[in-house]
Every structure is written in C-alpha cells, then in structure tokens.
Design a protein around this ligand. Structure first.
Ligand code: RB5
Length: 145
C-alpha cells in the first residue's frame, strides 16, 4: 500500500520510527517531512498528506503531532478526507470498520511507539465494514457539499 506520512516537531521522532516500521511491513512510504525537529506548524504538514490521500497519490495517510488532535482537525478540512485521531488499536479498527477513515493521526508525546505501531498496523490492515456503515459515511461526505 502507498502510505503518505508527515509530522510536526512534536511528532518528528515518532514519525521517523514509523517510517521505518511502515517500510518493514512492506509499504511504499511517501515521507512529506519535516526532516528535522525544528519548530513547524502542523496544518502545513497535515495538508501535504491530506492532499496525497484526496488525490489518490497515496491510499492512506499517517500524521503525528503532540496529541494527534491538531493534525486531525486540519486534515479533515480537505475534501475527501476522513481523519481519525486514535490512541488505541481498538479505535484504529473501528475507525476503519465504521468510519472508513483514510488518515490516522497519532500522538508523539502521550502514546508509546509500541502502541502507535499497533495502531498503524491495524489501521492499514482493517477493511471498511460497509453495510449499515456505508450510508452513514455517505452522509458525512455529503456535508462537504
Ligand atoms: C505543538 O506544540 C502541538 O500543539 C502540536 O504538536 C499538536 O499537539 C497540536 O494538536
């Protein structure tokens, strides 16, 4: 799977670890930066990944900031994006099964690398459930009109 990933300064170190982990899992990684932990503004990096996913250049996205919250709020402003801020593998599965989330945002400051790895793996390997969830996701997307 092609996965676009980015972070801000608070998520930089965790993003570097997740880039390696995604490659280990066999995914093709588009690393949208940053390339250092210099202070940056998370909406700039959320936009890069969100546009990769919305355009189809990447199939899924991963964003890391201090909490994951700012990245989710920013990414969800881009049409076509359903970004979920996730702190457990269980929520990663539900974000895929129920919400068809196409970007997962995680915390570089409050969640361990081990848990973030499990979140990302689950997020990439879980299919959308469809069925009763499909109409609800359609209603979410209709809100963009
Ligand atoms: C940066 O200090 C912090 O605000 C950012 O990483 C993120 O947690 C915002 O939601």
């Amino acid at each position: 799977m092609i996965v676009s990933i980015a972070a801000d300064h608070a998520g930089f170190e965790e993003k570097q670890r997740l880039v390696g982990y995604l490659a280990e899992l066999g995914h093709e990684v588009i690393d949208r930066g940053p390339n250092s932990d210099d202070r940056v503004d998370y909406p700039d990096f959320a936009a890069l990944v969100a546009r990769d996913v919305a355009s189809g250049e990447a199939e899924r996205g991963v964003l890391v900031c201090g909490t994951g919250i700012g990245m989710a709020v920013a990414a969800n402003k881009v049409h076509g994006i359903r970004a979920a801020n996730v702190t457990s593998p269980e929520f990663a599965a539900l974000a895929r099964e129920h919400n068809d989330a196409n970007i997962v945002t995680v915390s570089g400051r409050f969640v361990t690398d081990e848990v973030n790895r499990a979140i990302v793996k689950t997020f990439l390997e879980t299919e959308f459930g469809g069925g009763r969830h499909a109409g609800r996701v359609e209603k979410i997307m209709a809100l963009e009109q």
